[in-house]
Design a protein around this ligand. Sequence first.
Ligand SMILES: Cc1ncc(C[n+]2csc(CCOP(=O)(O)OP(=O)(O)O)c2C)c(N)n1
Ligand SMILES: [Mg+2]
Length: 376
Amino acid sequence: MARAGTSPARSKATSVAKSSRPSDALSREQRLSLYRYMRLTRVLEERLVALYRQTKVVGGLFRSLGQEADAVGSAFALEQRDVLSPLIRNLGAMLVKGATPLEVLRQYMAKGDSPTRGRELNIHFGDTEKRNFIGQISHLGDMVPVMAGVTLSFKMRGEDRVGLVYIGDGATSTGAFHEGINFAGVQRCPLVVIVENNGYAYSTPTHKQTAAKQFVDKAIGYGIAGVQADGNDVLAVYDVTKEAVDRARRGEGVTLVELMTYRRKGHAEHDNQSYQPPSEIEKWALENDPIDRFVKVLREQHQVTDEEFASIEAEIVALIDTATDEAEASPMPEPTDALVGVYADPAVIPPLWFRESVRSAVDSNERPASWGTYDG
Ligand SMILES: Cc1ncc(C[n+]2csc(CCOP(=O)(O)OP(=O)(O)O)c2C)c(N)n1
Ligand SMILES: [Mg+2]
């Protein structure tokens, strides 16, 4: 899976010998926690699929099936004060950072008590006060310059904080990605950029959107460290991310981490994946499922028993059942909710400022019954 290579970018990364991997320091409890977050992600997404089919989800539904280890293993390497910038395939990372299934369910159903009160959908929400994950603007590169700015502010204020931003393989071909990572690189911002290489950008396979052989090579062009890892091995993901986070904390700047994985579902639930060979999907499902692989490790190396797995499962299902009932009972937003809390509150500029200079035209021409329409 992880391809070997000798590019200068990769040689910059501190290569940790197998005997001293950061994950060696994880306790049995922490390992079970990694497993729990991956299962929580998958079961929550499965519940969302059921709700989507009942037309209770508003808008699209985005899965991270087969990619759970990327999100969970990487976010696990952050401290609470560090800032995470998730994309639609990083539900697991948000859960690690403290997002709750109830918030996610309400948000997907656009409920009035959801984090964005129905103004935004899916997992586009953030908490910059306590849990430190930010709502995404776009999947297509824009979060990289945003996180360059966030982490530059840490550096300028002398704060001991690191930022982590995810980017899809397809989005590395946008201008925003280039500008953001270049700026962060030259400013030596404490930033980790994770390229989630899942083989597709919507229906476009990787080889049709970049001539680069591997994304980790792009680190060379930016003069930053670059590492590649097996994205379906949660401990390998934790290891490379922890090393990159530690590097950033030591003031050594940006690391590009390429995680090799596979998108087993379509771009979104409405996508029939006709462009993905069924045998390819099946192969990844049977031979390289990140949860199955970790279960094997937990059983063989940590003697986790059937009873322990069953009790984690029961706890997850109970949590999601309760959250689903609560989210379904939540009210839809008030229509007038759309008018508040979008811009500065109270507005800095009066909402109808544009009418002031044409007051006379408005007074003489506008129909009295409703503003904004004219008799001609
Ligand atoms: C300007 C614009 N064009 C198209 C889209 C639709 N869109 C969202 S994500 C995406 C593909 C992203 O692929 P990749 O970066 O590989 O991420 P992945 O979905 O595989 O995680 C597209 C085409 C968009 N959001 N904005
Ligand atoms: Mg992709």
